[in-house]
Design a binder for this molecule. Structure first.
Ligand SMILES: *[C@@H]1O[C@H](CO)[C@@H](O)[C@H](O)[C@H]1NC(C)=O
Ligand SMILES: *[C@@H]1O[C@H](CO)[C@@H](O)[C@H](O)[C@H]1NC(C)=O
Ligand SMILES: *[C@@H]1O[C@H](CO)[C@@H](O)[C@H](O)[C@H]1NC(C)=O
Ligand SMILES: *[C@H]1O[C@@H](CO)[C@H](O)[C@@H](O)[C@@H]1NC(C)=O
Length: 578
């Protein structure tokens, strides 16, 4: 029951934090240079042009308040070793162009002396934001003794909310029966039955757990008798995210919304596998528990927002546009040494609007429309047929920094290769390696591979292919696989981590049509199949296809001819990050 509507619930989140390992690698010196007056432009080939990046180091974390989007992210101001994590802070009117501010929260008290880890923001009645985060009291036992802390703005009239204070009744939660070194990442609070509620990620042995806490006043919190949800063999749950989605339409819902026509989503970031999965389910108010529907697996084989470099995502509700937005961090695939050399590690992906697919079984995601303001010159292709072996360059676009939308059609499904039933037993995360990696873009197929060769060198010695391959099962069903393969991405850099990522696309091929959108930005390629049904992000480090030497091609290496019904490619302007 939405007793809640009286609150102006705006918001939101913070993206999650990484603890430990990934952050290991920061540079002491930054080697970037400032070029233009307003933009920090870096003379580095892998630095992105329109993805959010801090000047150095790695990031994670968002919220909307009085006309500004706030991004808080995990940041090590000291560089070289992981530690002393602070909440760095940037603000924006459109989530594309940013103003960097001083860190919002830094270690300053006994309870967060060793780090201010991930958490979330909630907007309380009266338009009062509160941040809940995990403080590290002691580095031992590894990865640290964890407590929950809250912070409030020092000056509510400051539109940038630059300064935050930690009231004296902190920490507001200390682990009791929970594992003291596995008790972190409080969510945005929701409100029902007279209580504010949050969940906190944890584990018990190999069981991943989201503990539920309730509070009447947002100060005193009591642990619920039963976990909100848990699942065996999933390991530590980081950055849990729980939110409602509407059964109809594409609008988002305030985090406290309940009632008919609403389903819920629970997402967890898995510390063990370093990827995330989500389920769609029911919020049982009587038991105050989340119960996933049986339409997808609740475990490692579950649905994912993204089958590539993507972790620590958080969502928030943007009341100004009625959207739910999922935002994630993407780590580097480059080595520690290379990260130190370039002076930074980690980017924030383009925020994605998220809503429930008509089937009710999965979510759809699409880059926020604000990104389109960076589109410049458009290049168009129409009704072009690609026979087996055809590779056609899309000329006239800055291939290193571009946005491409393409729709492919074909006239028959007959040539689809046979689906190997043993693949059905592979966990989702092995599909890329086992299928996309083995049957790459140049391995001839029946219906596919066809798609884009992004970040390609002029001689095609280097490229990052994003492509479809269609398979037929023994009972005449079709399976569409989307691949984003970093294997051929970096010719002169043999030691790079070059994963082949893959994900099946749940699509009806009756119309014999498949669509793809790719956002290319120097060292990242984010690809959306079928209007956001399956998404894959790859981090890549070309050595030839850099800056103006990068090219874009469309290709087909299957026996079935493929027609490009329509392709639009835009050169993308560089976003402002000051
Ligand atoms: C609070 O912020 C407003 C708006 O920026 C400013 O005018 C005012 O001086 C600030 N108050 C304090 C106490 O800093
Ligand atoms: C408690 O958490 C730590 C750190 O994640 C882990 O090593 C340990 O096995 C956990 N203990 C239990 C009982 O789950
Ligand atoms: C899923 O649950 C529904 C009822 O809620 C049931 O009819 C169906 O058989 C279940 N499916 C599976 C695969 O367990
Ligand atoms: C990102 O980096 C690669 C290569 O170093 C690792 O294999 C991944 O586990 C890592 N991903 C995350 C989420 O940390």
């Amino acid at each position: 029951m939405c007793g809640l509507t009286r609150f102006v619930w705006v918001l939101a989140l913070l993206i999650c934090l990484k603890n430990g390992r990934d952050g290991g690698v920061m540079a002491l010196e930054s080697n970037y240079q400032t070029q233009t007056r307003n933009h920090v432009r870096v003379k580095q080939v892998y630095r992105t042009g329109y993805h959010f990046q801090p000047k150095k180091n790695w990031i994670n974390g968002p919220m909307y308040y009085k006309g500004y989007y706030h991004l808080f992210y995990q940041y090590n101001p000291k560089g070289a070793v992981w530690g002393n994590i602070v909440w760095a802070h940037s603000v924006s009117k459109d989530m594309i162009n940013w103003i960097h501010l001083e860190p919002a929260i830094v270690p300053s008290k006994p309870y967060d002396k060793y780090g201010c880890w991930s958490g979330s923001a909630t907007i309380l009645p009266g338009d009062k934001p509160v941040i809940l985060y995990t403080g590290i009291v002691d580095p031992k036992p590894a990865p640290g003794h964890q407590v929950q802390v809250y912070a409030i703005p020092a000056n509510y009239s400051d539109p940038y909310l630059r300064e935050w204070i930690k009231p004296d009744d902190n920490p507001f939660l200390k682990p009791t029966s929970e594992n003291i070194s596995a008790f972190r990442d409080p969510t945005t609070a929701w409100y029902n039955n007279g209580h504010w509620k949050i969940i906190i990620g944890s584990r018990h042995h190999h069981r991943g757990i989201a503990y539920l806490y309730r509070s009447r006043d947002f100060v005193t919190w009591v642990k619920a008798k039963h976990p909100f949800h848990s699942k065996r063999d999933t390991g530590m749950w980081e950055c849990p995210d729980f939110y409602p989605v509407a059964c109809k339409g594409t609008n988002g819902l305030d985090t406290s919304t309940l009632g008919k026509g609403v389903k819920h989503v629970l997402k967890n970031s898995l510390e063990v596998t370093r990827y995330e999965y989500y389920t769609i389910g029911r919020y049982n108010l009587v038991k105050d528990k989340y119960i996933p529907y049986n339409t997808t697996e609740d475990g490692w084989g579950g649905l994912r927002y993204d089958y590539g470099n993507f972790f620590g995502s958080k969502s928030f509700y943007d009341p100004s546009t009625k959207r739910r937005i999922v935002w994630s961090w993407a780590n580097e695939s480059s080595t520690a040494t290379e990260n130190i050399k370039k002076g930074w590690a980690g980017i924030q992906l383009i925020p994605r609007k998220v809503w429930l697919d008509k089937s009710g079984y999965m979510l759809l995601q699409w880059p926020i429309s604000e990104l389109e303001n960076l589109r410049r010159k458009k290049v168009e292709l129409k009704k072009m047929t690609l026979n087996k072996g055809d590779i056609v360059e899309v000329k006239g676009v800055t291939a290193v920094q571009a946005d491409i939308e393409v729709t492919f059609t074909f006239s028959s499904l007959e040539k689809a290769e046979l689906y190997d039933e043993k693949w059905a037993k592979f966990p989702q995360h092995d599909l890329g390696k086992s299928i996309c990696g083995v049957r790459g873009a140049t391995v001839q197929g029946g219906l596919g591979p066809f798609g884009l060769m992004t970040l390609a060198s002029h001689d095609l010695k280097e490229y990052t292919p994003v492509f479809f391959r269609v398979f037929k099962t023994i009972n005449e069903k079709y399976k569409v696989l989307l691949c984003s393969d970093a294997t051929p991405s970096s010719l002169l850099n043999p030691n790079e981590y070059k994963p082949s990522f893959g994900g099946f696309v749940d699509v009806d091929l009756a119309e014999k049509k498949l669509s793809l959108r790719s956002l290319i930005d120097h060292s990242v390629v984010e690809s959306f199949a079928e209007r956001g049904k399956t998404v894959i992000t790859s981090r890549v480090y070309p050595t030839l296809a850099i800056n103006s030497n990068a090219h874009l091609h469309v290709f087909n290496n299957g026996y079935e001819p493929i027609t490009i019904k329509k392709l639009n490619a835009w050169s993308m302007k560089t976003a402002s990050m000051t």
